[in-house]
Design a protein around this ligand. Structure first.
Ligand code: SF4
Ligand code: SF4
Length: 751
């Protein structure tokens, strides 16, 4: 569809002082042939906006180019009818504020950006959000502290909730034997268990249906339309839900791997978990002979903060030891308790409780490295502590040695079970109306059963959530807590990260809020994070699909399944609109209405490339919109400068880079191409998980092509940048521009 593009140029915010805006308007009118071009001294003012609205209402234009501030600014002011094509050209931050005023190269930079903006607007199509009827019900998997909080939080907010707990009752670990930590004032007394109150409230809540002694047998579909089959007592129920909170809790680290600390060699070496059970029945005893333990030694960080076991701190072991010491002394204040530690890690007001327990006359804390646990006399043990805070190797005798083991998250990879506590029975509520004793039973009977799995996703990319390096599911933990690599499925509580019960309760509530956000966005056909509110989505020209599967494999969020013939089967509400599939497709048949191989190729073609004789290089800078682009805006705000030969094209994610753009650029005489994206690796900061990593891989292939064409591979460079490192971006750009100048002009210039 041919469009009538209006160009609106702002001369405020120093743009007018830096540039010849009338010459710029001349480029729009005479070169780009836009039917309407207006210059306004204050475009975001009511007068400026009214002029745009008037042209749109009178149908003088059906696409607008706003050449003013960064698209990250004034987004509310420059939002019009969603069906109107709008392109923002960043004249303020990327030209006027970061380049020398009134210089020819600055002016040419602005003119190029305007040409690129007009071409993009001409190629973009109005968005048609993909809206379907959605379920707003929320599934919570796991009935421990976090799961109960999530269920109550969502139900109290007016959403139907289905809760599935694999044990016969609710409560998780805290509901079984554990006492809660002293999180309320005065922070020195162990509280009553609030969980029991919450379980009672949940049992009678009209919007919660709980299935205890049940498991999720299969999860099909996508946000807004997950079809979940629940198996309980040989029966199958199906529920349609919009989002999922996964709160499957934790399991203690396997003590059998801690032989060096005496576990397995003596029955008098037990874990904190075993002591918890013991304290539920009375004072601690020696398992070897059942005699009361007169001395107990806790070994902290047993298998934690240790690269051979768990590299992380489980956040609760120190508090648990303090609490168990307290409980021991409440039962018998004469029991000598030694706490052998590398550090005692408690946070916030728990410090008061630490002081209270430490001050007990029968509590002894010793800092050092535990080197061995050996038999002392009879059934009595001796724990050897090296490099102790007392300056020598100490042997601590004990009737009972307790290993304060950490925890591992439950189930996301199908290896561990869910939360495990007998407590109260299941409740029922209105959401049960949605349940049906399906024919799902018969359907489910044929499915392979993995008893360790938690979700059994019918996704091409695998049945459980992908895990980060320490076994926790997550996506971008910096910007998007609760997000996992499967859209609409949010992790909460100890399966999400090490945390204590009160943090798990807050986490459950947080995940419930994300789940609500997800169903509401899905109902409007809009993306959730990080492109929250985006109404675009990729479309596939499947007639030309070769079934190469690259899009399916590279989509970081499992949004694309395959049908029985191997053709991509797109699930729109799983999609986060990153464009990685677009970059992956060798046939170039994946595109968004407002972002495609063709729109970016058009922008590249719109750059006015000076001839070799002018000795003015042109460098293309593909910037990731998530961190690198805002980083360059931040430089501009501090009036930082960088080379004016650079032309920026923002990409949704570097993973959306289609290598044909690089070929286009070099064949047009562009002298160098730089990519700036997020960090990848184990501690990745990439908002789309693997986008920048995928782009780096694609570029390796491009460099080989360059060598064949006898072009220097150094004409292409990638850098990683996070927003907080924005200050180093200008130096990196200038250094690359310097290297390009040294290499000389692209030999393909002028062809
Ligand atoms: S845009 Fe991103 S999330 Fe959506 S299908 Fe493509 S690769 Fe997957
Ligand atoms: S990458 Fe392109 S050609 Fe390959 S399966 Fe996906 S849509 Fe088809």
């Amino acid at each position: 569809m041919s469009k009538s593009v209006g160009a609106y140029i702002c001369s405020g915010c120093s743009i007018g002082e830096s540039l010849d805006v009338e010459r710029l308007a001349g480029v729009a009118r005479e070169e780009c042939k836009v039917p309407v071009c207006r210059v306004h001294p204050f475009l975001c003012s009511e007068a400026g906006l009214s002029a745009i609205r008037k042209d749109v209402t009178e149908k003088t234009v059906d696409a607008v180019v706003i050449a003013a501030c960064s698209p990250r600014m004034k987004s509310a002011a420059f939002t019009f009818d969603p069906r109107l094509v709008v392109e923002r050209v960043n004249l303020r931050e990327h030209v006027a504020w970061s380049h020398a005023p009134r210089e020819e190269e600055t002016q040419r930079l602005a003119e190029d950006y305007l040409r690129m903006g007009v071409v993009k607007a001409q190629k973009m199509e109005p968005l048609e959000p993909c809206v379907a009827e959605v379920s707003r019900a929320i599934l919570v998997v796991g009935g421990g502290t976090a799961g109960i909080a999530a269920a109550l939080g969502a139900a109290d907010a007016g959403y139907e909730v289905v809760l599935v707990e694999k044990e016969a009752g609710l409560g998780g670990r805290l509901g079984a034997t554990r006492n809660d930590f002293p999180h309320g004032t005065p922070h020195t007394e162990l509280p009553e268990r609030g969980l029991a109150r919450n379980i009672t409230r949940l049992a009678v809540h009209p919007r919660i249906t709980a299935h205890a002694g049940a498991r999720v047998a299969r999860t099909e579909g996508q946000p807004g339309a997950f079809e979940v089959t629940i198996e309980s007592g040989g029966q199958h129920f199906s529920h349609r839900v919009g989002a999922i909170v996964m709160a499957t809790g934790w399991t203690p680290y396997d003590p059998a791997r801690l032989g060096q600390l005496g576990y397995g060699a003596s029955p008098n070496v037990i874990t904190g978990d075993q002591l918890e059970t013991m304290l539920g029945a009375g004072p601690p005893v020696r398992p070897s002979d059942g005699k009361p333990a007169e001395s107990v030694a806790f070994i902290q960080c047993a298998g934690s903060r240790d690269k051979n076991h768990l590299p992380y701190c489980s956040a609760v072991c120190c508090l648990t030891t303090l609490q168990q010491t307290d409980l021991i002394h409440r039962r018998d204040p004469r029991v000598k308790v030694s706490i052998l530690h590398r550090d005692i890690i408690v946070t916030g007001q728990y410090e008061r409780y630490f002081a209270e327990v430490q001050n007990h006359p029968a509590t002894f804390l010793l800092r050092g490295e535990v080197s061995s646990v050996t038999r002392h006399t009879g059934d009595n043990l001796a724990v050897e502590v090296k490099n102790s805070s007392l300056g020598e190797t100490i042997r601590v005798p004990a009737d009972l040695v307790v290993l304060a083991t950490g925890f591992v998250p439950n189930a996301p990879n199908g290896k561990n079970g869910g939360s495990s506590t007998p407590a109260q029975g299941a409740s029922s509520g209105d959401a049960g109306q949605a349940a049906s004793e399906a024919g799902a039973g018969a359907k489910a009977a044929g499915w392979p059963v993995d008893p360790g799995g938690a979700l059994h996703l019918a996704y091409r990319q695998g049945p459980e959530l992908p895990l980060l390096k320490d076994g926790f599911p997550g996506s971008n933990f910096i910007c998007f807590p609760y997000e996992t690599l499967r859209t609409g499925i949010y992790a909460a509580g100890a399966v999400h990260a090490p945390m204590d019960a009160s943090a798990a309760e807050e986490d459950g509530l947080g995940a419930a809020m994300k789940a609500i956000q997800c169903v509401e966005m899905a109902s409007r056909g809009q993306a959730v994070h990080p492109r929250a509110g985006d109404g675009s989505y990729p479309s596939f020209l499947l007639q030309r699909c070769t079934q190469c599967k690259r899009c399916t494999v590279e989509c970081p969020f499992g949004a694309i399944d395959e049908d029985e013939k191997g053709t991509p089967k797109f699930n729109p509400t799983r999609c986060r609109r990153c464009g990685v599939c677009m970059g992956a497709c060798p046939e170039r048949i994946i595109s968004f209405k407002n972002y495609s191989v063709d729109t970016i190729a058009g922008m590249i073609k719109a750059i006015d490339v000076p001839g070799e004789e002018e000795e003015k290089p042109r460098i293309l800078l593909f910037l990731c919109e998530n961190d690198a682009y805002p980083a360059l805006d931040a430089i501009a705000m501090g009036r930082g400068r960088y080379d004016a030969s650079v032309r920026v094209i923002p990409l949704r994610c570097l993973g959306s880079l289609n290598v044909v753009w690089i070929a286009d650029a070099l064949s047009r005489g562009i002298d160098g191409v730089m990519l700036a994206g997020c960090k990848h690796g184990d501690d990745y900061q990439c908002h789309f998980a693997k986008g920048s990593e995928i782009a780096s891989r694609r570029l390796e292939n491009v460099k080989e092509t360059l060598e064949r064409l006898q072009l220097e591979p150094g004409r292409i460079e990638t850098i990683e940048v996070s927003l907080d490192e924005y200050r180093r971006l200008p130096a990196a750009i200038d250094a690359f521009a310097g290297r390009i100048r040294e290499m000389g002009p692209n030999p393909y210039k002028g062809f």
